[in-house]
Design a protein around this ligand. Structure first.
Ligand code: SER
Length: 554
């Protein structure tokens, strides 16, 4: 069965069972500037797990089904094996209080066993821990459905939260055998029963707690390419009709990376030195390194595969980046052989540090990463003003108005922390040309006096004319200095942070006190005095434990 047929079969199956079909969200999350890419189907629906009645309002249904475009770059070095890809599609069904375990498991079972005629190799269920009970219900449901091989599992089958807080819960997974006889995880069915007020790391360390959600949420995800390989009885994803039967690791890397790049550019990313743009640049440059032919041929093949399914247009962006890099590639490979400093390779030849690391690994050589990052941070400081205009990918649509509101958004979070509670965490954001909207963790309504104080605080910072600067640094360093991060779990090794800083009191022209530091792809104004007057127009409840502020610049 071809890919196109399975996509529609899946959506139809769930539509027939009371689900509303929603289109794939953009690869760049629209309401969350702190996340680089959409990594799962549930991402566009995250707020509905804590605020299920909004699903009725927004979709006219609590049950949704999608085929979502996703990018995950965490496993980039595994690309080329049988299953790992940076771009993939995820088939999913979601429910915000519409149904529970029994329906979710029975749907998945019917789709896999009856609609696709696949044999389930085994399924898993959560064995429980001190805070979460063993998922006996899921085990029983599978047993009643006649599945023989039911295995209990631990931490691996508790999913989420993504980022610094969010819905999470036990999962049950379906494994099927592939053509090579290996068991492959096909479907992950998550029961969002809890809201975690900290990151997954904190939860695992016992530093975050779980609160039961009002309604049980369902979030399922099935990796489409893996499923296809199984249905089409292929040994790997490259033999399915979403690829062109690439055989060598190099050909596979090119096919995957060009595909991911084409989808990213079609969703508005452009190559740059930071955030999503940097990931795109890395993918294109890595593809160039492994490709003997111009990437144009690969682009055409990919467009043909997805014709009528997705609109793909790279507007010449890949070729431009390719040309830039091909000119220096041979030269930089020679320089690498001579042992030239990775910092020089990156800044003079545009050779991404990750590629240098990969080359070094191939040749059994060591490189001094700490030294590289130190030099890079210095370099960034010097060039920050000149590169400030280059960033894309943080704000989905940016123009003068949204950029100003974006900076005001950072100031608002800092103001809430300064006036209301230093532990306040952001939960979501959305910026239009007219206003900003911020959701944040807070168990109570703000008083009128607090709102006024926050407003005054932000307006003071605007009047003070603070500098807004972007710095890139290793993720570990950014975490160490306690920069605000949110939602997305996987940040790249080098992240960009935006600082809002007072000028130093000594008049040296350097920066003094840091007012705000956030993980962010930008863009921002370069000085707060550009913003005008800040006003909070609304403060309301968003969902359990979450408040929502809307504010404008006038
Ligand atoms: N959120 C889960 C995953 O990404 C299921 O969709 O696997």
């Amino acid at each position: 069965m071809e890919a196109n047929k399975i996509r529609s079969k899946f959506l139809k199956f769930f539509e027939n069972r009371g689900h509303k079909i929603i289109s794939s969200a953009s690869l760049i999350p629209e309401n969350d500037p702190s996340v680089l890419f959409t990594t799962a189907g549930m991402q566009q629906f995250k707020p509905y797990y804590t605020n299920s009645q909004n699903a009725d309002k927004d979709f006219g249904s609590r049950n949704i089904t999608t085929v979502q475009k996703c990018v995950r770059t965490g496993d980039i070095e595994e690309v080329g094996d049988a299953t790992h890809l940076t771009f993939f599609e995820m088939l999913g069904n979601f429910s915000f209080g519409g149904y529970g375990r029994r329906e979710a498991i029975a749907y998945a079972h019917d789709f896999i066993a009856q609609e696709l005629g696949l044999e389930i190799s085994y399924v898993t269920f959560y064995k429980g821990n001190d805070n979460v009970p063993r998922d006996e219900d899921s085990r029983k449901i599978w047993q009643e459905l006649g599945v023989k091989n039911i295995r209990e599992d631990g931490n691996d089958v508790f999913w989420g939260p993504t980022g610094n807080s969010g819905p999470c819960g036990p999962t049950t997974e379906i494994y099927c055998k592939n053509e090579a006889g290996e068991d492959v995880e096909i479907w992950n069915i998550v029961f969002n029963e809890y809201f975690c007020n900290g990151s997954r790391e904190k939860l695992d360390k016992g530093e975050a707690s779980l609160e039961k959600l009002d309604v049980l949420g369902v979030d399922t995800g099935m990796g489409f390419e893996r499923l296809l390989a199984t249905v089409q009885k292929k040994k790997n994803v490259y033999e399915t009709d979403l690829f062109n039967n690439e055989k060598t690791k190099e050909e596979r890397i090119v096919a995957d990376h060009v595909k991911a790049s084409l989808f990213m550019i079609s969703d508005g990313v452009t190559p740059s030195n930071t955030g999503a743009g940097y990931v795109l640049r890395r993918l294109i440059r890595r593809a160039v390194r492994f490709s003997k032919q111009p990437l144009a041929q690969e682009i055409e093949k990919i467009k043909k595969i997805y014709k009528g399914v997705y609109i793909l247009d790279d507007k010449g962006g890949i070729e431009e980046e390719e040309n830039k890099f091909r000119q220096t590639l041979q030269h930089s490979l020679k320089e690498f052989e001579k042992g030239v400093d990775p910092f020089i390779l990156a800044t003079t030849y545009g050779f991404p540090i990750e590629l240098t690391q990969e080359l070094a690994k191939e040749k059994g050589r060591n490189i001094d990463l700490a030294d590289f990052h130190k030099k890079m941070a210095e370099h960034q400081k010097l060039s920050q003003t000149s590169s400030a205009g280059m960033f894309k990918g943080g704000l989905a649509n940016h123009n003068e108005k949204t950029i100003k509101l974006h900076t005001a958004h950072h100031l608002l979070l800092a103001g809430l922390k300064a006036i209301v509670d230093k532990n306040i965490k952001q939960r979501g954001s959305n910026i239009t040309e007219e206003r900003l909207r911020m959701d944040f963790l807070c168990g109570r309504k703000l008083t009128d006096e607090e709102k006024k104080k926050v407003e005054d605080w932000v307006n003071d910072k605007i009047k003070e004319g603070l500098n807004v600067v972007c710095r890139e640094m290793p993720l570990s360093e950014a975490e160490k200095i306690g920069a605000e991060m949110e939602f997305g779990t996987k940040y790249p090794d080098i992240v960009s942070l935006y600082f809002i800083e007072e000028p130093a009191k000594d008049g040296s022209g350097k920066n003094g006190n840091v007012i705000s530091k956030e993980f962010c792809a930008g863009p921002h104004v370069s000085n707060t005095k550009e913003l005008g007057h800040f006003r909070i127009t609304k403060e309301e409840t968003s969902s359990q434990g979450v408040r929502r502020i809307k504010a404008i610049l006038e």
